[in-house]
Ligand binder design. Structure first.
Ligand code: PLP
Length: 422
């Protein structure tokens, strides 16, 4: 992102004009929603073909097992092979869950709290524990920690990934058992961790022998441009550093096929995978293998996955451009904001002057635009500088996104102008 916001005096002078434009917007009676990164109906339509599959009494997996029946807690071999490249792990180190990788993250945390993890002396719940949280980050990661009483330690994101000096410092504390990471096209900043960051995360000393890196690679396939930053393989990096059990890698097809009916994945070291399957095997007699078969038939191979993602990109890229173009038109040179121009993922990060983010959300609501609450990008919902906003342009139509972006730009200017007057 360009230089930090420094609202100019011009904005103060424009206050009356901005107020008048705001009143005009209010009169338009808009009803817009940019709160959550959901796929649009057109994106879901790309996978409509899934719903007719497997069909024609096609319910035998490659192994000969009947996908309609119980069992197969690790998931079908052909699906694990299909996603092996995305996850950066051999099929035998992958488990396929039902929809929602968040559910897998939840379960890993719950199992760790109740039973402990390989290499640990006791269940995590026996002590006060903490997670390192790159900030801004994903609100549901933070909510998971909060609901289970796991303390959160914020570290700032940089364009290369989390501030690694701060991470290494915090990781020395034995109470620090985990860290969240969205390593590719991070939610919400869009950053991809560079090679040095991945190497340092793999190699760093931790006070806890059972420290786990929750590597949530939710946006591994979600390119918006031809710039495709390569992410170093964390499982290989950790194994090479002698810490094969450090990472738990998560991904899903929520934003590939159907958000409510996709597949979720965990990839991990052999010891971690055995641990997970032993726990998961108590929880359920097996996942929905028909849905796995359906995905194998629909996607076919890595080329099929790529073609589908190209379809998403065609729908999404114009919406992201509409947001960043509108912000540039209205805000460039005003010093009232800076914003990300993500090469992938689902969000645009907007940084407004300190103390203005909640006011922008309030002003936007006043003219019919719902935004993610200010603070959602920070642990406990508290952004100490009240300056970070997450914009989610995927779900509304292109026309709605264009209208919403105008509203956001105007509300940002108005909030900055009010701030100057205060
Ligand atoms: N992880 C990140 C970083 C996300 O942004 C999201 C959804 O927005 C999820 C996980 C949710 O994934 P799933 O639908 O697989 O539970």
């Amino acid at each position: 992102m360009p230089a930090p916001p420094d609202p100019s005096r011009d904005l103060q002078a424009r206050h009356a004009e901005l107020r008048a434009r705001y009143a005009d917007l209010q009169a338009r009676g808009l009803r817009l929603d940019m709160t959550r990164g959901k796929p649009s109906p057109e994106q879901l339509d790309l996978s409509e073909g899934l719903l007719a599959l497997p069909g024609n009494r096609d319910h035998r997996a490659e192994s000969g097992e009947d996908a309609r029946n119980y069992g197969g807690v690790q998931g079908l071999a052909e699906v694990r092979a299909l996603f092996s490249g995305v996850l950066g792990a051999p099929p035998e180190q992958i488990a396929v869950g039902n929809n929602s990788s968040l559910a897998l993250m939840h379960d890993c945390i719950a199992y760790a709290l109740l039973k402990g993890v390989p290499g640990g002396a006791a269940p995590w719940s026996r002590e006060e524990i903490r997670f390192i949280c790159p900030v801004p980050g994903y609100d549901r990661h933070f909510a998971l920690c909060e609901t289970y009483g796991i303390g959160m330690l914020s570290v700032p994101m940089t364009p290369r990934g989390p501030d690694m000096d701060a991470v290494e410092d915090l990781a020395r504390d034995p109470a620090v058992r985990g860290m969240w990471a969205v390593p590719q096209y991070a939610n919400p900043g869009g950053e991809t961790y560079d090679d040095e960051t991945v190497a340092r995360l793999a190699g760093m000393a931790t006070g806890a022998p059972d420290f786990r890196l929750f590597w949530d690679n939710a946006y591994a396939l979600h390119h918006l441009t031809d710039r495709r930053p390569a992410l170093r393989n964390i499982l290989e990096a950790c194994a090479a550093a002698g810490r094969p059990d450090r990472p738990l890698v998560f991904a899903s097809t929520s934003k590939v096929t159907l958000a409510g009916a996709g597949l979720a994945f965990l990839a991990a070291s052999p010891a971690n995978l055995r641990w997970y399957l032993a726990c998961a095997g108590k929880r359920s007699i097996g996942p929905d293998k028909l849905n796995q078969l359906r995905h194998a038939r629909f996607l076919r191979d890595a080329g099929g996955l790529e073609r589908l993602m190209e379809g998403h990109r065609r729908l999404l890229a114009p919406k992201f451009r509409a947001v960043t173009d509108a912000l540039a038109r209205a805000l460039a040179g005003t010093g009232a904001a800076r914003w990300s121009e993500p090469a992938g993922g689902y969000f645009v990060l907007l940084e407004v002057p300190d103390g203005c983010a909640s006011r922008v959300v309030e002003l936007a609501a006043g003219c019919g635009l719902a935004l993610t609450p200010a603070g959602a990008t920070h642990p406990y919902g508290r952004d100490p500088r009240d300056r970070t906003l997450r914009l989610a342009p995927s779900y509304p139509s292109l026309g709605e996104v264009e209208a919403a972006a105008e509203v956001i730009a105007l509300c940002t200017l108005l909030a900055a102008a009010e701030n100057r007057q205060a």
